[in-house]
Design a protein around this ligand. Structure first.
Ligand SMILES: C[S@@+](CC[C@H](N)C(=O)[O-])C[C@H]1O[C@@H](n2cnc3c(N)ncnc32)[C@H](O)[C@@H]1O
Length: 288
């Protein structure tokens, strides 16, 4: 198999994507923490490579006393920070390798939060069991059926609860993953939703990353029953020199690298799908 057959764009369903990403994040967990652990901190909540912290952005609202679910938590530094702010967080991830770092950091910091190994498409939590759900780059870019993920988060949030997540800004899809000059020229169609896939010599995916346009993301949220409160596009701060993969001062000066969706499940809203079952439509617009 040629190199160009190892890296390609093709449709990947969630069974193959789950297997690929669990294996990839398990294998990459040590390198990821070695490369990014110092930037992320052990008890800190950064939304993105631009460095924006929840302590300054306050996108989650008041967290004290709130039950918070961290989705795709990796080493769970955000959940530990939330615990120090008086929240009751639960952190979950698909990858045992990433959760091993979360358990280690609990030991070194003494800040312990419940850790769960789970798939964001099948949350092992009851309806309305959290006040807030959040993630910095966890889970969402790695699943095919991201509309189902939004519906799962909607199910476990109480009415009036917040769901805030950061992802790579969809406009970055058109560029190569290159922090330098090579990453300034558009080469892919923004409208091509075929995922980026790395696969082995048998054609089995070993890494899968999905793309949705801004409109796709907003539609998924509204269909799940969320209301969009804000879409934050953090600017690259002056003096911030740290490159993270394709995120760099050069590109950050010119266009956004991260999109943070701030949403809420309207108070008094129906569980996703209930409107259709009862013959009503438009839960997002009728309550609040
Ligand atoms: C880029 S890392 C982000 C981790 C952490 N939030 C951070 O800021 O460092 C993506 C995380 O999503 C997790 N993940 C991927 N697919 C997932 C899924 N279907 N369900 C839950 N977690 C998933 C990976 O295991 C990985 O820990």
């Amino acid at each position: 198999m040629d190199d160009d057959e190892r890296v390609l764009r093709r449709r990947v369903g969630d069974t193959e994507a789950r297997r690929a990403n669990r294996g990839w994040w398990d294998a990459d967990a040590d390198d990821y923490q070695a490369e990014h652990g110092a930037f992320l901190g052990e008890v800190d909540f950064r939304w993105c490579p631009e460095g924006l912290r929840e302590s300054e952005a306050r996108l989650l609202g008041d967290v004290a006393g709130r039950r918070v679910l961290e989705v795709g938590c990796g080493a769970a530094s955000c959940a530990r920070w939330l615990a120090t702010q008086g929240a009751s967080p639960v952190a979950f991830d698909l990858s045992a390798g990433m959760l091993r770092h979360a358990a280690r950091a609990a030991g070194t910091t003494g800040v312990r939060v419940p850790l769960v190994q789970a798939d964001a498409l099948a949350l092992p939590f009851a309806e309305a069991s959290f006040d807030i759900a959040c993630t910095a780059f966890g889970a969402i870019p790695f699943v095919d059926d991201s509309a189902a993920l939004m519906a799962e988060v909607h199910r476990v949030l109480r009415p009036g609860g917040r769901w805030v997540f950061s992802v790579t800004h969809p406009m970055r899809w058109v560029f190569l993953d290159d922090p330098g000059e090579g990453g300034l020229t558009a080469v892919h169609s923004y409208f091509d939703r075929s995922p980026y896939v790395e696969q082995d010599e048998r054609g089995v995916a070993s890494y899968v990353e999905q793309h949705r346009t801004l409109g796709d993301r907003i539609r998924e949220l509204i269909d799940a029953g969320f209301r969009l409160l804000d879409l934050v596009e953090p600017e690259w701060p002056a003096g911030h020199r740290e490159t993270w993969g394709q995120w760099s001062p050069l590109r950050g000066r010119l266009f956004p690298g991260t999109a943070i969706f701030v949403t809420e499940k309207p108070a008094g809203s129906y569980p996703a799908g209930a409107a259709h079952r009862s013959g009503r439509a438009g839960t997002a617009s009728e309550s609040g």
